[in-house]
Design a binder for this molecule. Structure first.
Ligand code: TC6
Length: 698
């Protein structure tokens, strides 16, 4: 039963129950339509309350139905049925009233929300627009500016703000269902009638506001269509009676529903949840996770500590001596103060966290109670090994010992302890209190409950944990090394780093590889190349120009100059006219003939390298499925979400076309450009990465 109908005196109670999040599936829509029908036919019922069982109000349409033929009754029709009721209907919301869920509430005549409820229209983040009346009813109810803000930003608002803009009529003091009953009784007593949005005037369209908004959206969401179509729908609806407004909204909704951006964004949403479903962890319970230890208070260690503190965990951070520990404590406190400034926590909560949950220390002895200890020291195997042999002596039995290495062999670190089963890689991304990705690296002997604890930590921190196998660079950095090598080869052959950065940002990446180098520091890449030098193949192409910049002390933003010039006028970087001379010189020394690349060619090679290595990463089990690669690239490497991740993109582009591209490039360089066997197999068997995802999802 997805909806039940009951009556107490004159008040009908319709309760929706479709765990886990009351998504508006076909069954829920049918149940709701049926219950509304019963209310219509119940002469003794004078007002109805719509409420939800479980943790939340309707959290939206059922995303798993997207892309399949729609099953009646459609949500817009059920909402129209609610709105047309001649007797008042009250929506009583708790949890998250999102998307189609909020649209159901907009179809009701009165709205009350629990104090902690959140409301929003996140459809544009899924590549669609609120297609069940959201772009028509919300502007009628709250006015143009707040409505387009909510629709295009997809942000969630709390009950207070919802009350302020007129989205809801009341906030429940105490128990929501009791407050809704009192509200219903007051309507009965006042003999109030329905108050449908349909009867409200459409919003006045302010042309200037709309033009400014369109310009901002085009800049903020380059390449994306849903935000602008949503604005079109609001504006066109503003000139029409509700039924015609709804009809044009539906047309635009259907067009977006059929778009590749919608399929990419839904793939991203579902994949970010699928990564936590690991067959190897079924029935495995994580270990206790209350007290966290962090070793190293640099940018990464302090970021990890702050992230954990903000999530309610207790943290002890150790540094080599007292002054370093004090500096680290200062960095952590600074990050928390930033959270206060951005309104994430209150000042008093910040003070309480620092006083009660955080300790900084100058000795590992302070870590004896820690359930999980994360090392974030200098990225050198000998240094990490020393830390782990010391940890082995002080950590309590059963503590999880984690390394935050981004490339190094976790097995070699684990073997320094007497308990390799307790050792795991937890690869955070910088800044660790902001970035949502956490690679959970299972080494050869890591116990399943330790892997489960890594995922529990990710969840606690509000991050997305992705399981990765132990190899140089795990999932993300291993793939990065490969597409970065493809970019560097193009630079050696004549492309400008600036052209490459422009081409890949036009494709949708947050940043190009050379702007990323400047941000991270050119020393990072230099040290990685040095470390790998002994294993280098004689035919590997070395980015001599990058080494040259390092030797010149051009380390990127931190020295004011790398690939770009960074100064007060252009902190993000401006092009350096001298770089071209350096490149010409390097190419001359290497005897290379310069050629030109089109932007399309640049993107094709960059993507082919990424997908090819992605296929290898899947084939050797470093990533469980192609979707795990997508989630890593989306959340750690600035891959455009609306393209779904490299493996999803590859399916859309066509695996046969990628293979053909790679075979073409291999005629120039058959050492680097070797097609991954998995890619070839998929092409030969007419399958794609999505087939692998389906086959291996738990
Ligand atoms: C829309 O409404 C369009 C309307 C137009 C109509 C014409 N559908 O995130 P969690 C599953 S667009 C199906 O881990 P939380 C989720 O996959 C939609 N399933 O929980 C997961 O399943 P698993 C607008 C859904 O507490 C489980 O529920 N709505 C849906 O961290 C738990 O999810 C949205 O975009 C769904 N809509 O967060 C809201 N939502 O256990 C999307 C969740 O098998 N949802 N599931 O892995 C969210 O933002 C969050 O899930 C949340 C709960 C805030 C509701």
């Amino acid at each position: 039963m997805t909806a039940t109908y009951a009556r107490d005196g004159a008040i009908a109670i319709i309760e929706i129950n479709n765990p886990p999040v009351n998504a508006a599936s076909a069954a829920l829509r049918a149940g709701l339509a049926d219950a509304i029908g019963r209310f219509a036919g119940d002469d003794l019922a004078r007002v109805a309350i719509l409420q939800c069982a479980g943790r939340t109000w309707i959290a939206g349409a059922d995303i798993s139905e997207f892309g399949k033929p729609p099953q009646p009754p459609l949500l817009p029709d059920v909402i129209a049925q609610i709105e047309a009721m001649p007797k008042p209907v009250i929506a009583a919301m708790h949890g998250t009233a999102l998307g189609g869920g909020l649209e159901v509430a907009l179809g009701a005549h009165y709205r009350i929300a629990a104090a902690g409820a959140e409301m929003g229209l996140p459809e544009v983040t899924l590549g669609i627009l609120p297609g069940a009346g959201g772009t028509q009813r919300l502007p009628r109810l709250v006015g143009l500016a707040p409505a387009v803000d909510l629709i295009t930003s997809a942000r969630r608002i709390g009950a207070e703000e919802a009350l302020k803009i007129g989205l809801i009529d009341r906030i429940a003091e105490g128990d929501l269902n009791e407050a809704a009953r009192e509200y219903a009784q007051s309507l009965v007593d006042a003999q109030a009638g329905p108050r449908p949005c349909a009867a409200m005037a459409p919003p006045q369209i302010d042309e200037d506001l709309v033009a400014g908004l369109r310009a901002r959206l085009a800049k903020r969401y380059p390449g994306q269509i849903a935000q602008l179509r949503a604005v079109d729908s609001v504006v066109e609806g503003g000139l029409l009676p509700l039924p015609e407004g709804l009809a044009q909204e539906r047309e635009k909704f259907t067009e977006l529903m059929d778009s590749p951006q919608r399929s990419a964004l839904i793939h991203a949403f579902l994949s970010e949840r699928a990564v936590a479903h690991l067959p190897e962890l079924e029935g495995v319970l994580p270990r206790d996770l209350t007290q966290l230890g962090v070793i190293g208070g640099g940018t990464m260690g302090a970021g990890i500590a702050a992230s954990a503190l903000l999530s309610g965990l207790a943290v002890t951070l150790t540094e080599r001596d007292r002054p370093a520990a004090d500096r680290a404590a200062g960095t952590v406190a600074g990050i928390l103060r930033g959270a206060v400034k951005r309104g994430k926590i209150t000042q008093s909560r910040c003070d309480a966290i620092l006083a009660e949950k955080f300790t900084s220390a100058d000795s590992y002895d302070a870590l004896t109670d820690a359930d999980l200890i994360i090392e974030a020291v200098f990225e050198k195997i000998e240094v990490k090994q020393q830390v782990f042999s010391a940890l082995d002596r002080v950590a309590k039995a059963g503590a999880v010992l984690a390394t935050n290495t981004s490339y190094l062999d976790v097995d070699r670190i684990a073997e320094m302890t007497s308990r390799p089963q307790d050792v795991i890689g937890l690869h955070f991304f910088s800044p660790a209190h902001v970035m949502r990705l956490l690679e959970v690296v299972a080494a050869g002997k890591t116990a399943p409950d330790v892997v489960a604890t890594g995922f529990l930590l990710a969840r606690r921190l509000g991050k997305i944990g992705v399981r990765a196998g132990n190899c140089d660079g795990f999932i993300g950095n291993r793939i990065l090394t490969h597409y970065r090598a493809a970019a560097d080869a193009m630079v050696l052959d004549g492309a400008s780093p600036y052209q490459i950065d422009r081409a890949v940002t036009a494709f949708g990446f947050a940043m190009g590889p050379y702007a990323v180098s400047d941000l991270a520091g050119l020393d990072i890449g230099y040290f990685t190349r040095q470390r790998r030098a002994p294993d280098r193949h004689s035919r590997d192409r070395i980015p001599v120009f990058a080494d040259r910049l390092y030797e010149l002390g051009r380390l990127g933003r931190k020295t004011g100059r790398g690939y770009y010039i960074h100064d007060e006028d252009s902190p993000g970087g401006r092009e350096d006219p001298e770089l071209a001379d350096l490149l010409t010189q390097v190419r001359g020394e290497l005897g290379l003939v310069e050629k030109s690349f089109t932007d399309d060619e640049i993107v094709a090679r960059y993507m082919a390298a990424m997908v090819n290595e992605g296929a290898r990463v899947v084939a050797d089990g470093t990533a469980l499925r192609p979707l795990d690669v997508d989630v890593v690239m989306l959340n750690g490497y600035g891959f455009p979400r609306w393209r779904g991740g490299p493996m999803h993109w590859a399916d859309q582009y066509g695996l046969a076309s990628i293979l053909k591209d790679i075979e073409g490039y291999s005629r120039e360089d058959d050492h680097f450009w070797q097609a991954a066997p998995l890619l070839r197999q998929l092409v030969e068997s007419g399958r794609d990465f999505a087939d692998l995802n389906r086959g291996k999802t738990a």
